[in-house]
Design a protein around this ligand. Structure first.
Ligand code: PLP
Length: 496
C-alpha cells in the first residue's frame, strides 16, 4: 500500500516519501507525517531470525513506498557497514534488571549515527528518482553532536557536499577536534565568532535567500537539510525498536506477543516518536517513558497538558537534551487533534507567538501511552554510579537520565514489564561527567587521561572515533564572522 506524506499544518498536497526527504520541511512550515502508519506484517518469529539490515528493509520499505527494493537495499547496505564496530549494529546489554539498547556503535559514537549514516543515501536516491540534476549541498549549524554525525554520514557520498558551522568558542574540545579533523573532499567545517544562535539564524537565512538559491542553481547546486525533523531521519529510527524486540524474542527473554516498555532520553522528541510509530505499527509496546533532564518542558506537558517554553534554558551534563522547543512533538500533537491540521497549526502559532499552548482534555486523554518524568543533575549522577556499582556497566549522562526516570516509574507504578532503555551515547563521549559521577578520584585529569581511566575501569576498548582524534591532523581551520557565512559557502563551492 502506498504511503504518502502530508504536512501537519495541512496547506499542501500530500507528497511521496522521496519528495518529503528532499524537502525536509513542508513549505507551510509544518512537518511531513505519513498519511497512515503501515502495519508490521512480518511474523515476529521471522523477524527474530533477521539481521539488522534485513529488519531495516522490512520496516523502512513499509514507510518509503516509492523506493524500489533495489534502491532501498542499496541505501541500507551502504549505511550499516563497517562504520559500525559490531555486526549487531544495535546490540542489547542487560544490566540492573533492564535492557540497554546500545545505539552508539557508529562513526561518532552517538545515536544520531543510526539515522545520519543512511540519510545521505536516501537523499541522493531521492534526488535521482525526482530527476534533480544539481549536487545537494547540506548546510548545518551545530552546537556539537549533530555536526559531526552529519559530516561522517555525508563524507565522500557522491553527489553531495556538506558545510558545517559551529561556534568557535561554544563546543567542547573533543567535539571541536572531532569536527576539524573530518576527512572527505566534499566536507567543509567552519568556526564562527558568534554563538550557536548566530550560526543557526544565518543558516536559516541562507535557506530562505532566493538570490543565493539562484546563484547556486546556476552553478549546479541546491541546498538541503539534515535536520532531525526530516522524515528520512525518523523512519530509520523505527527500525531499532523492532530489532530490539525481535532480539529479546531470539534470546528467549520474552515470547512473541509479550509487552515491553521503552524508555527514551528525550530532547527534540524524534527518538521517542519513532518508538511510538513502532507501537502504531503493531509492536507490543506498553508504555513509552519520556525522560527529560532539568529542561523538563515535556514532563510538564505530559503532567499538565500545557507546553510552556517560557523558562530559563539550563545547561546540563546531558547537552544533547538541552532543548526547550521539541520540534518533533508537533507530529504527536497533529495525531491527537485527530489529524486536524488547522488545529495543529493554531497551537504551533500560539507556541511561536506567545511561547505556550494548552491541549484539550480530549487530546490529553490520548496520551495514555506516554509517561513523562525527569532527572535533576544529582539524580543523573546517581544513576551513573548506581548502574556502575550495581552491574559494573558504565553509561553516559543521557542514558543515565533515562535510567533514573525508569527507577521513578518503577516506584510510581510497580510495573515490572521488561524494559528497553535507549542508550543514546557512548560514555566515551562525555568522560568527565561520567567519571566524576563514579568517583572523585579523577578530578584534574585532562579529557584523554579520563578516556584511558574509563577504559581501565569499564574494560571496554576505547572506540576508534576517540582513538583517531588523539593524533589526527586538523584539516579545517577557517573562522568567519556570521555575516560572512554565505561568502564562505560560495568560496567552498567555487562560485564567484
Ligand atoms: C540528540 C540526542 C538525544 C535526544 O534525542 P531526540 O531525538 O532529539 O529526542 C539524546 N541523547 C543523545 C546522546 C543525543 O545526541
Amino acid at each position: 500500500m502506498q504511503v504518502l506524506y502530508r504536512s501537519t499544518r495541512g496547506k499542501e498536497e500530500a507528497v511521496t516519501a522521496s519528495v518529503a526527504i528532499l524537502k525536509g520541511l513542508s513549505e507551510d512550515g509544518g512537518l511531513f507525517v505519513p498519511t497512515s502508519i503501515p502495519r508490521l506484517d512480518v511474523p515476529m518469529e521471522t523477524l527474530a531470525q533477521m539481521s539488522y539490515k534485513e529488519t531495516a528493509y522490512e520496516v523502512m520499505s513499509r514507510f518509503l513506498t516509492d523506493f524500489t527494493e533495489e534502491e532501498l537495499k542499496n541505501c541500507i547496505s551502504n549505511a550499516y557497514d563497517e562504520k559500525f564496530d559490531t555486526d549487531m549494529i544495535a546490540p542489547l546489554h542487560e544490566a540492573n534488571g533492564v535492557y540497554f539498547l546500545e545505539l552508539f556503535h557508529g562513526a561518532t559514537i552517538a545515536f544520531k549515527d543510526m539515522a545520519l549514516s543512511i540519510l545521505p543515501h536516501l537523499m541522493t536516491t531521492a534526488a535521482k528518482k525526482n530527476h534533480v540534476k544539481n549536487e545537494i549541498v547540506i548546510l548545518t549549524a551545530t552546537s556539537g553532536d549533530t555536526g559531526k554525525a552529519a559530516l561522517a554520514g555525508f563524507a565522500d557520498v557522491p553527489g553531495t557536499r556538506i558545510v558545517v558551522f559551529y561556534p568557535k568558542h561554544g563546543v567542547s574540545p573533543i567535539q571541536e577536534k572531532q569536527m576539524v579533523t573530518q576527512k572527505g573532499a566534499n566536507t567543509c567545517v567552519i568556526g564562527i565568532t558568534g554563538n550557536f544562535d548566530d550560526a543557526q539564524t544565518a543558516v536559516k537565512k541562507m535557506f530562505n535567500d532566493k538570490e543565493l538559491a539562484d546563484e547556486l542553481d546556476h552553478a549546479g547546486y541546491q541546498f538541503s537539510s539534515a535536520n532531525s525533523i526530516n522524515i528520512g531521519r525518523l523512519v530509520p529510527q523505527v527500525v531499532y525498536y523492532v530489532y530490539a524486540y525481535a532480539s529479546l524474542v531470539r534470546e528467549g527473554k520474552i515470547k512473541a506477543g509479550d509487552e515491553i516498555n521503552v524508555t527514551v532520553p528525550t530532547g527534540n522528541f524524534g527518538n521517542i516518536l519513532a518508538a511510538f510509530y513502532a507501537k502504531q505499527m503493531g509492536l507490543p509496546i506498553r508504555k513509552l517513558l519520556c525522560a527529560s533532564n532539568e529542561n523538563k518542558v515535556l514532563y510538564d506537558f505530559f503532567s499538565t497538558g500545557t507546553y510552556d517554553r517560557k523558562r530559563e534554558f539550563i545547561l546540563t551534563s546531558s547537552p544533547s537534551m538541552d532543548i526547550l522547543i521539541s520540534s518533533n512533538l508537533e507530529r504527536l500533537i497533529y495525531r491527537i487533534t485527530g489529524e486536524n491540521a488547522e488545529k495543529c497549526a493554531e497551537l504551533m502559532q500560539a507556541l511561536s507567538q506567545g511561547g505556550e499552548y494548552t491541549i484539550t482534555e480530549e487530546m490529553k486523554a490520548q496520551l495514555t501511552d506516554f509517561y513523562g518524568n525527569f532527572c535533576s543533575e544529582g539524580e543523573t549522577k546517581e544513576a551513573i554510579s548506581a548502574t556502575y556499582y550495581g552491574s559494573n556497566y558504565v553509561i553516559d549522562t543521557h542514558t543515565a537520565v533515562a535510567a533514573g526516570v525508569y527507577q521513578k516509574y518503577l516506584r510510581d507504578t510497580e510495573d515490572h514489564t521488561p524494559t528497553v532503555i535507549a542508550s543514546t551515547a557512548s560514555p566515551y563521549k562525555f568522560p568527565r561527567s561520567v567519571m566524576d559521577a563514579i568517583s572523585d578520584r579523577y578530578e584534574g585529569l585532562d579529557d584523554f587521561a579520563l578516556v584511558d581511566a574509563l577504559s581501565a575501569l569499564s574494560g571496554v576498548k576505547v572506540p576508534k572515533a576517540v582513538e583517531e582524534i588523539r593524533t589526527a591532523p586538523v584539516l579545517h581551520d577557517k573562522v568567519v564572522d556570521a555575516p560572512d557565512m554565505p561568502l564562505a559557502v560560495k568560496e567552498f563551492l567555487g562560485i564567484r
